[in-house]
Design a protein around this ligand. Structure first.
Ligand SMILES: Cc1cc2nc3c(=O)[nH]c(=O)nc-3n(C[C@H](O)[C@H](O)[C@H](O)COP(=O)(O)O)c2cc1C
Length: 551
């Protein structure tokens, strides 16, 4: 018998929808039928994110041999040729689209080579439904270290020194947030994991929850210890049923192993975590709306102060952190603040997970050190723009973000640099646009999202998003009027300054940045009734669904 193999069959949402469950069962049956005692068959989260449209994918460890498009009928050949005889099945390996070369190991695929997996460290490498896999990968070591060898203050100090900043959008330093919470005197405090992920096209948090739920549970428990919380919540949108299922399994397993509950690991610290499923409203990602939703009220924001850190859930001090922020915590405690601070740029430490989409050859989740340039992400990792077209702009930060024109391709992707060019990191959305993308349509698209998601509580957001959307729609339909751009700017600035919560305060950003960098395109639509980005001569030609009009 040769070396021991583990076959990881991807069981994340896209591969499952392509039949990976049948592939998993076929492996189990075939390995048994051929009597291979040195092969384990496991499900996993996504192996690489990026080639999901070629699934179901299978990785054979420890070699890291990567198969794509595996069907149950391919399984007997993989088992006999590869797992029994040691000869990987070539026809199912990844083929580099540029060179046509077959690439057997997924670490050697261009899309993955320049990435740096910290938050996604276990994705695709462990079975998310088995706590022992997580423990074997070093999981819960940080919790033991924090509870048994460190005081809460030392944990906070370590997180502060690591430079970790919140990955939910605003980038607030996590250590400072925890310090405020620790210093509030209250017999009862809460810590919440914000897994509401609502940006269009974003699926970073879902992937972490589906592939590595224990990392989030461990991070939340360490956070609870640091701030002195008694209870944790994970607020996860109900549209993520697989994430919910895996979290439930993981929570039960963590309790059974004594990582949650009374007197955790004999440390005297008692803490448990509850799941709350949200109904999928974007605004419920805002902290005060999220708290209202957990309290079974309508998910609407309220004015701050008081901040959740002073009076949050049930009026008690409450800390809220994003999924990726919390998944970063165990590895920081385990490997030390200096290790983490050694990754990234001067003021933005660690890595960022981006959902790369749009006009790009390799779309998918990309994890890179903070400060990596846009051009590295788009060309070296993303494989460039398809069909020989030119890059026009990149939209970062989702509906709260802005568009960066192609003439500044070396912009580093970190909190400061993106803010300097009028955009934001946000939670990690990155939409690549080619020369045929209409920038007015881009602004209209994002506004249509925020207008639909505005909770309507405050007037500027409720009416402002509607007015902006009406004007943008008119312009894209060739009915724009003289003065529309000025009106848009005026409304956008008012909505930004006067809205109650972050939704209204940031939703004008796609409008403002497209006007700033592509004003001539707005003018062409209004004055010449023409969209310069397309070959079409007159508007309305571009369908709002992005379908090209017939020539
Ligand atoms: C409209 C709106 C939606 C938001 N959605 C999310 C979300 O889905 N996930 C998230 O972590 N943060 C979201 N945020 C940011 C959170 O309110 C909060 O700042 C964040 O969870 C804090 O965690 P962090 O410090 O770890 O980033 C949203 C904010 C606003 C204004």
């Amino acid at each position: 018998m040769g070396e021991a193999y583990t076959v990881f069959v991807c069981a994340e949402t896209p591969c499952l929808s392509m039949g990976s469950e049948d592939v998993y069962r076929a492996f189990e049956a075939e390995v048994k039928r051929q009597g291979l005692s040195n092969v384990a068959v496991e499900i996993s989260g996504c192996h690489g994110h990026g080639l999901c449209n070629h699934g179901p994918s299978v990785v054979v460890e420890p070699e890291g041999i990567f198969y794509l498009g595996v069907r149950p009928e391919d399984v007997p050949e993989i088992v006999s040729a590869h797992l029994r005889d040691g000869r990987p099945v070539e026809r199912l390996l990844y083929r580099d689209p540029k060179s046509g070369r077959l690439i057997a190991r997924y670490h050697d695929v261009d899309f993955y080579r320049k990435q740096c997996r910290v938050i996604l460290r276990n994705c695709g490498r462990i079975n998310p439904e088995k706590i022992d896999h997580y423990i074997a990968a070093g999981g819960y070591r940080a919790l033991a270290k924090a509870l048994l060898k460190m005081t809460p203050e030392q944990v906070i100090e370590e997180i502060k020194r690591s430079g970790l900043r919140g990955r939910g959008g605003a980038g607030f330093p996590t250590g400072r947030k925890w310090e405020f919470a620790r210093n509030v005197c209250s017999p009862e405090k809460f810590i919440i994991c914000n897994a509401d992920e609502g940006d269009p096209g974003a699926f970073m948090d879902r992937s972490v929850l589906e592939a590595d739920p224990h990392a989030v549970i461990e991070g939340l428990t360490i956070g609870g210890y640091a701030i002195g919380a008694t209870t944790g919540f994970i607020y996860v949108r109900a549209e993520y049923p697989l994430a919910v299922k895996r979290l439930r399994i993981a929570l039960d397993q963590a309790r059974a192993k004594g990582f949650l509950g009374k007197n955790i690991l004999g440390s005297g610290f008692t803490f448990d975590i509850y799941l709350k499923e949200g109904a999928g409203a974007f605004v419920c990602g805002e902290e005060t709306a999220l708290i209202a939703s957990i309290e079974s009220q309508r998910g609407m924001p309220r004015p701050r102060p008081p901040y959740p850190a002073q009076a949050g859930l049930a009026g008690k001090p409450t800390t809220i952190n994003n999924v990726k922020t919390l998944a970063s915590v165990p590895i920081i405690i385990d490997r030390g603040a200096a290790w983490f601070a050694g990754i990234g740029s001067e003021k933005s430490k660690g890595t960022t997970v981006l959902a790369l989409s749009g006009k790009i050859v390799n779309a998918g989740l990309v994890e890179v050190p903070m400060g990596t340039s846009l051009s590295t992400i788009i060309y070296d990792i993303g494989g460039g723009i398809p069909d020989g077209k030119r890059l026009k702009a990149v939209q970062t930060g989702g509906p709260s973000g802005g568009c960066i024109p192609a003439r500044i391709p070396d912009t580093p992707v970190d909190f400061e640099s993106l803010a300097m060019v009028g955009s934001i990191m946000g939670s990690g959305g990155m939409v690549v646009m080619d020369e045929e993308t209409c920038m007015v349509e881009v602004a209209r698209y994002f506004l249509s999202f925020t207008q639909a998601e505005s909770c309507g509580k405050c007037v500027p957001c409720r009416l402002g998003t509607k007015q902006m959307l009406e004007i943008l729609t008119r312009i894209t339909e060739g009915k724009g009027q003289e003065g529309d751009v000025e009106t848009l700017l005026k409304i956008a600035r008012t909505v930004k300054e006067t809205s109650l919560c972050g939704l209204g305060q940031t939703c004008p950003n796609p409008v403002l940045s497209t006007i700033h960098y592509f004003r001539d395109e707005y003018e062409a639509h209004i004055k010449e009734k023409r969209c310069p980005a397309s070959n079409w001569e007159r508007l309305p030609l571009k369908s709002r669904r992005g379908v090209r009009a017939p020539r």
